[in-house]
Write a new protein. Structure first.
Length: 385
């Protein structure tokens, strides 16, 4: 059964028209003050090649980011997963290798090698839950402590081998929600702590998805075209509301690409770009928990070269948006009113579109990989508000 068929069968499907998005009010614009760095640090491993895999706001004192490294041996390349615990005040960090145990609860034959970190999140008590793509097979749900030690591991037995998870969120009732793309279709599932699938939903065409929880439900943004390229043709983002049991409650869509979701207070913000390659607008549209649009803010107007957006809650009802423009990282704070509070433009040259951001009461931190003479490093910039 498709996602649309599931929603229709529930009897509660609400379709929000695109006209409602256009009628949500005028696009807010404002100038913003510029920030300066408080500290800057670069992190690396002995392996020359690093692949940045994301960041987490661990607690009031520390944040965490992850990267895969690749050690070249005589006959093969060995992937390795690393965590860095970074002190927010000083930038001092501990580098922690993540090593899988030889056995798990499932079977003494369940040893596997980490091929990639697909998604991770902080859960209650400061533990970290991650979805790992593994060798020789499959996807695994793994719980780590903040020191990188494995507490539990269980296989996620998806039937599709062409599966890529992109996000995982904790369920207040226990277990997790996971989103991704399966055979170029949107995918959403609820998992037990063991990795067992409770329910799963397969949706329409998708190049990538973004997931957020709000008001007891889930909102899924489905990007029809990929993050890389495709700025020369119009594109569409589908936005879908589910309850926690996987029943679809509402859908809407808007013109745009590269949509990313983040909850903030009782609302959810979607950052995306619209336009063509030589005149891109970056916009932020905010929705209430029923998927009704509230306002649209224009973050950047009619410029080119922007890519790789991330969005996180700012803690005061607003958002912080990060990305890259012509190989330079940027971050902007958007107030709950839709007005810009501040902006930062870095001088480094991130690799690709992997520009990330952590926002907390202790500050805002921009993270991105870059290529130095010695290989790939991860740059972390603490911003002074």
């Amino acid at each position: 059964m498709s996602i649309r068929e599931i929603g229709q069968a529930s009897g509660f499907l609400l379709v929000v028209s695109t006209c409602a998005l256009q009628a949500a009010g005028p696009i807010a614009k404002a100038s913003a003050q510029s920030l300066v760095p408080r500290w800057e640090r670069s992190f690396a491993t002995e392996d020359r090649l690093l692949r940045y895999r994301g960041s987490l706001d661990l607690n009031s004192r520390e944040m965490v980011f992850a990267a895969m490294s690749y050690a070249r041996g005589t006959d093969r390349v060995t992937p390795r997963l690393w965590l860095w615990r970074v002190e927010k005040d000083s930038g001092e960090a501990d580098r922690l290798p993540v090593q899988m145990p030889a056995t798990t609860k499932e079977t003494s034959q369940a040893q596997f090698e980490v091929y990639d970190l697909e998604a991770f999140s902080v859960v209650h008590g400061g533990a970290i839950v991650a979805i790992l793509e593994a060798l020789p097979r499959g996807h695994w749900l793994v719980t780590l402590d903040s020191g990188g030690r494995v507490l539990s591991a269980g296989e996620i037995r998806v039937t599709d081998t062409d599966m890529a998870f992109t996000q995982i969120l904790a369920d207040k009732r226990g277990g997790f929600f996971a989103a991704g793309v399966s055979r170029s279709k949107a995918y959403l599932a609820r998992l037990r702590d063991s990795g067992e699938i409770i329910w799963e939903r397969h949706g329409g065409d998708a190049a990538e998805v973004s997931l957020a929880s709000t008001g007891g439900g889930l909102i899924l943004a489905v990007n029809r075209v990929s993050t890389l390229g495709h700025t020369s043709v119009p594109a569409e983002i589908g936005i879908e509301l589910y309850d926690v049991d996987g029943t679809q409650k509402a859908t809407t869509k808007l013109s745009g690409r590269r949509g990313r979701l983040s909850p903030s207070g009782s609302h959810v913000g979607l950052v995306y770009d619209i336009g063509l390659a030589d005149a891109l607008d970056i916009r932020l549209t905010e929705f209430d928990p029923t998927l009704q649009p509230l306002r649209t803010s224009q973050i950047v107007s009619s410029e080119q070269g922007f890519a790789g957006f991330r969005i996180v809650p700012a803690g005061d009802g607003g958002y912080v948006v990060a990305g890259a423009k012509e190989l330079k990282p940027f971050a902007k704070k958007i107030r709950s009113s839709g007005q810009a509070a501040w902006s930062f433009w870095g001088e480094g040259q991130p690799i690709g579109v992997d520009v990330d951001v952590v926002a907390s009461a202790q500050g805002v931190f921009l993270l991105y990989p870059r290529l130095d003479k010695t290989g790939t490093t991860i740059r972390v910039v603490a911003l002074k508000e």
